[in-house]
Design a protein around this ligand. Structure first.
Ligand code: HEC
Length: 265
């Protein structure tokens, strides 16, 4: 009898634990991101230059209003393995930004950007950023896809994962939006991509239509590159090393056969 009672307790504890771990109905844990087939995954992965250029545009026209990318310099935009804007395009992009600097009298002035400048901050400081965003902080996006688990999928799913209405019984706190892919399902960032053609893609260059989904994928490509600008170089080196090892093995085998050819068994 005692044993039975003990077994029942153990069993119900186990069941309760299982239900908690599975995140039952009311769980506020962030849902797992959707999986996307990104071109840069796998040992031969590489970025699509056009996509990176479009992604830059989405970042600049949408995300940069709130998020900085302070580790990125304008010159990175024309380096191999990235969006590979031409030198002239990159200089024009840099010059289109206003950068704070000091003049010879030490007074703060604004001047056009040069290739060596970093991307400017979205807000003067953290307090200003929070004041404008319901006290939440729009993090720097320079390395966001590395800083979060399954980063590229996470960012893609988060920015496309808003629900217009929270489910019945859920009350949103003031200034927050419903998004199941964020912890607690309430986020202070309004859905950033709300309409197709929110960003204008040059129609001639073989660009796809700027649907919400396409813009989200493009900006994630750009962020994934920015988080690891040398990824293509690293993967290409890996492939070369593997080819070298295969050739070396063949060579060693042939040498081994030759050396032992005349030895009697
Ligand atoms: C109106 C301002 C605003 C815009 C525009 C905006 N964001 Fe945000 N974003 C925020 C704020 C504020 C947060 C913090 C949310 C929170 O903590 O509740 C945030 C959070 C995020 C996060 C989650 C960071 C984390 O800690 O996991 C990601 C990723 C993100 N934004 C990406 C983007 C991308 C990509 C774009 C452009 C397509 C964008 N955001 C546009 C304000 C903005």
């Amino acid at each position: 009898m005692k044993l039975k009672a003990l077994l029942a307790i153990v069993l119900s504890l186990g069941l309760a634990g299982g239900a908690l771990a599975a995140g039952g109905e009311g769980s506020l844990e962030a849902k797992h991101p959707k999986k996307v087939d990104w071109s840069w995954e796998g040992p031969f992965g590489h970025f699509d230059r056009q996509q990176l250029q479009r992604g830059y545009l989405v970042y600049k026209e949408v995300c940069a209003a709130c998020h900085s990318m302070s580790l990125l310099s304008f010159r990175n935009l024309s380096q191999p393995g990235g969006p590979e804007f031409t030198e002239a395009q990159m200089k024009a992009i840099a010059a289109s930004y206003k950068i704070k600097a000091l003049d010879e009298k030490g007074e703060e002035v604004e001047r056009p950007g040069i290739p060596a400048d970093r991307f400017p901050l979205a807000y003067a400081n953290e307090r200003a950023a929070r004041a404008a965003n319901n006290n939440a902080y729009p993090v720097d996006l320079s390395v966001i896809t590395k800083a979060r688990h399954d980063g590229s999928n996470y960012v893609y799913t988060l920015i496309t994962g808003y629900s217009e209405q929270p489910p019945a019984g859920v009350t949103l706190l003031p200034g927050l939006y419903y998004n199941e892919y964020f912890p607690n399902h309430q986020i202070a960032m309004p859905a950033p991509l709300t309409a197709d053609d929110q960003v204008t893609y040059a129609p001639d260059a073989g660009n796809p239509k700027a649907t919400k989904d396409q813009m989200a994928k493009d900006v994630v490509a750009f962020l994934s590159w920015a988080a690891e600008p040398k990824m293509e170089e690293r993967k290409q080196l890996g492939v070369k090393v593997l080819i070298f090892l295969v050739l070396l093995s063949v060579l060693l085998y042939v040498a081994y056969r030759r050396l032992w050819r005349d030895v009697d068994h």
